[in-house]
Design a protein around this ligand. Structure first.
Ligand SMILES: [Zn+2]
Length: 570
């Protein structure tokens, strides 16, 4: 998902106090008040917990049939849910928002009973479904789906119009859940592993774009009917549709392992600018293929589709918000293309089982931006890119949030920005780019089309490095507070500089290295020091100046001459 903030890098010439006022955390402080979450209710648990009513079955396929009436902002249709039984059960939970009417559920062509609590639908079978058996239910439903309050962050339908007066419609539902517009098992731990077919009927003359490949289109005097299909596993929140009177252009992409089409569907008013801006798409795809591995969905191609909202990583059919100016970074690249395309690898091909773990999607996608900047614009541009992101980190909540309550606060950008810094800091600590990219590529390859957790990534890092980096990831992913380094200088009688360092806001024994630059005879030398939670003295012989490397690990730095007094007292 696109970050919920205008991230236009500007040269910031503002004082510390005014930085605070505009929300920049220049000193990387920890706010006093943290770990602030809403009060979770039974409704959140029903929505987010993987109870036996959900874990007892595994969804293989969704066949969605839906008719849209834009004039009434109304949808109607049915969904076939094909699943197999993991543990014998006579009752399962699927989900559909309360505001939508669930007319009936058929099993083996007969109506079966169901009850509804909040967004949960409890479906009962007359006989117990046996372990290992496959089944299908058909759910008929209709209603006015929720309108998006702030798509894509507060999801729902967007019923817009293009300049020619035609309807221009889209839907987003990450976190909100696909059950806001179609019945499904709305838990991100279960993707339909055989994919989704999307059968959509719209008023005549409108076009429908969806995930995967167009199977067929047909038209009557009143309606147009489109069938799209993806055969890959897909997060239910990535299942989407775009309706409009689009124009189309395309190009052939010669990928690492396969050749496929890049298709672009845009409204007439955006098509010319899109032809210029989208010229960078193939470069972005080539770059991600080079660092992560082949594009995950080469059998079904890649699409950018003009959307009446900012942007979203809908699998094989990325939403492109068409605010070209706003999305253009001053370096020259398009933020939506660079960020959302990275999600095809991180978030779509490798996905998490709970929004608590969203670092794997957003931290990796945001760090992908930096890697693209580094490759395209050089080391200094990448350093500036990360420095700017560091100032936006809030440290209010840990990056890994509470599980089983379907929670992710889109206003907290730390899973993006601090998440990117977690990867950057790890890369710096490792000090071996070959190994770093081996780890990232290896974890991707091992997790391709799988559901993972943050703990899986940390375990992979530890096994590949044959070291224990859990202390680092625990601090930065599971604790909200950034480590802060107290420091003080003094010059001794021999002319040496004594540098005193101590870590705070960390567990006892925390010994994260930091890198400094010392200038001796006008030449700058990098030195890695290893402070701890006890005050340590480092003697720097004959140096003229000392500075801390801000492009190393993310931490807070505070001068405090009192630590000299404290160590001398010991
Ligand atoms: Zn994102």
């Amino acid at each position: 998902m696109k970050i919920a903030r205008l991230l236009v890098c500007v040269i910031i010439i503002v004082s510390f106090h005014s930085c605070k006022l505009i929300g920049l955390n220049v000193n990387h402080d920890n706010p006093r008040k943290g770990n602030v979450y809403p009060t979770f209710t039974q409704k959140d648990s029903i929505r987010g917990a993987l109870t036996s009513l959900r874990s007892s079955f595994d969804v293989h396929y969704y066949d969605i049939h839906i008719a849209l009436q834009p004039a009434k902002k109304y949808i109607q249709g049915f969904v076939d849910i094909e699943f197999s039984v993991v543990s014998a059960t006579d009752k399962i939970q699927i989900d559909l928002y309360e505001n939508l009417t669930l007319d009936s559920i058929l099993y083996e062509n007969k109506r079966i009973p169901f009850t509804r609590t909040y967004g949960a639908v409890y479906v009962s079978f007359l006989d117990s479904l046996q372990n290992g058996t496959e089944h299908s239910i058909r759910c008929f439903y209709q209603g006015k789906p929720v309108k998006a309050k702030k798509s894509p962050w507060k999801g729902g339908f967007v019923w817009d119009k293009s300049k020619d007066g035609n309807p221009w419609i889209g839907v987003t539902c990450e976190v909100d859940g696909a059950s806001l517009w179609w019945p499904c098992k709305d838990h991100i731990s279960d993707k339909p592993d055989r994919g989704v077919r999307m059968n959509v009927t719209v008023p005549h003359g409108l076009q429908v774009i969806s995930n995967g490949v167009l199977q067929s289109e047909s038209h009557t005097e009143q309606t147009s009917h489109y069938i799209w299909q993806t055969n890959y596993p897909i997060n239910t929140y990535n299942v989407t549709l775009y309706v409009g009177a689009f124009q189309h252009f395309s190009e052939i992409f010669k990928g690492k392992d396969a050749e496929f089409t890049l298709d672009y569907y845009m409204l007439p008013e955006h098509i010319e600018e899109a032809k210029t801006v989208f010229a960078q798409t193939s470069d972005v795809l080539h770059f991600y293929e080079s660092i992560y591995g082949p594009y995950p969905w080469s059998n079904e191609g890649f699409k950018l589709v003009g959307s009446p909202y900012a942007g979203m990583e809908h699998q094989t059919a990325i939403a492109y918000g068409t605010d070209f100016k706003r999305q253009r970074h001053f370096l020259g690249f398009d933020y939506i293309i660079v960020h959302e395309t990275a999600h095809e690898w991180w978030g779509n091909a490798v996905s998490v089982d709970d929004y608590a773990e969203i670092f794997i999607h957003e931290g990796f996608a945001t760090y992908s931006e930096m890697l693209y900047v580094e490759k395209t614009y050089g080391t200094q541009a990448a350093k500036n890119y990360m420095s700017f992101y560091a100032m936006l980190i809030k440290n209010k909540n840990p990056i890994v949030g509470p599980r089983d309550v379907n929670f992710w606060d889109y206003k907290d950008t730390d899973p993006y920005l601090k998440g990117a810094w977690v990867l950057h800091g790890f890369r710096r600590l490792l000090d071996d780019d070959d190994l770093f990219f081996d780890i990232i590529q290896g974890f991707y390859a091992e997790s391709y089309l799988s559901i993972v957790t943050v703990a899986d990534f940390v375990a992979y890092v530890n096994s590949k490095t044959k070291s224990n980096y859990s202390w680092y990831f625990n601090q930065y992913l599971y604790e909200r507070e950034v480590p802060y380094l107290q420091y003080a200088f003094e010059q001794d009688v021999q002319g040496n500089v004594n540098l005193y360092l101590v870590w705070n806001s960390v567990p006892e024994g925390f010994e994260m290295p930091v890198r400094i630059f010392v200038t001796i005879n006008s030449v700058e030398y990098p030195i890695v020091l290893k402070p701890s939670t006890d005050i340590k003295k480092f003697v720097l012989h004959s140096c003229q100046s000392v500075s801390f490397d801000s492009d190393y690990v993310y931490y807070s730095l505070k001068k405090d001459t009192d630590i000299i007094r404290k160590i001398n007292k010991k």
